[in-house]
Design a binder for this molecule. Structure first.
Ligand code: URA
Ligand code: SF4
Length: 186
């Protein structure tokens, strides 16, 4: 583990620890407030993220931004990262070996940000962070504490594009997160 962002960011340059390095245009490391109390973890870059090198800048990201706006979160206030930093081909889910290979970067990011709350966006984030035994349908909306960090699993923003009910639940989960943030940071 690296003690500084500088060292960590340097360590990922040109990474070829898994096969996703073959198809990527850019490594999407993460963005936002490096001392955030609130962190979001997604799955992996899509086409737009791959081109721009930033997480959640495509369609799903726009939806997330709208939700942020509605509940008063500034994108710059929080830290946003993904399970894998390189785009899986055809936006398929990251495979187990890829997620494993990339996990040390994310662990190191969490260690440096020291968030109080982590929102897990979708099943891939949930299972890779908290364990395969967790299912997103049963877990979403419920707090899970691990090693002093509070986790809130919720729907992946891309799932909202297809289902209005999930939009309502996503909104509800983020409201709950904001409520908890106020409680623990006041
Ligand atoms: N979906 C993700 O999981 N992450 C992104 O950065 C973009 C879309
Ligand atoms: Fe390296 Fe992660 Fe990209 Fe795989 S996905 S090549 S481990 S940065």
């Amino acid at each position: 583990m690296y003690e500084t962002w500088e060292e960590l960011e340097k360590s990922i340059v040109g990474c070829n620890k898994c096969k996703l390095c073959n198809g990527r245009k850019n490594i999407v490391f993460g963005t936002g407030n490096k001392n955030a109390d609130l962190m979001f973890i997604g799955e992996g870059p899509g086409a737009d993220e791959d081109i721009q090198g930033e997480p959640f800048v495509g369609k799903a990201g726009k939806l997330m931004d709208m939700a942020f706006c509605g509940i008063g979160i500034e994108r710059e206030e929080v830290y946003i990262a993904n399970i894998v930093k390189c785009r899986p081909p055809q936006n398929r889910n990251p495979e187990e070996d890829e997620a494993k290979a990339c996990m040390d970067y994310l662990r190191n990011q969490v260690m440096l940000v020291k968030p109080k709350i982590i929102v897990l966006l979708g099943s891939v984030a949930l299972k890779n962070i908290l364990g395969e035994e967790y299912g997103i349908t049963a877990s979403r909306g419920n707090w899970i504490e691990r090693k002093g960090i509070l986790y809130m699993p919720t729907w992946h923003p891309a799932a909202l594009l297809r289902d209005d009910n999930k939009k309502i639940e996503f909104w509800k989960d983020l409201k709950e997160v904001m409520k908890k943030m106020e409680e623990i940071t006041k």
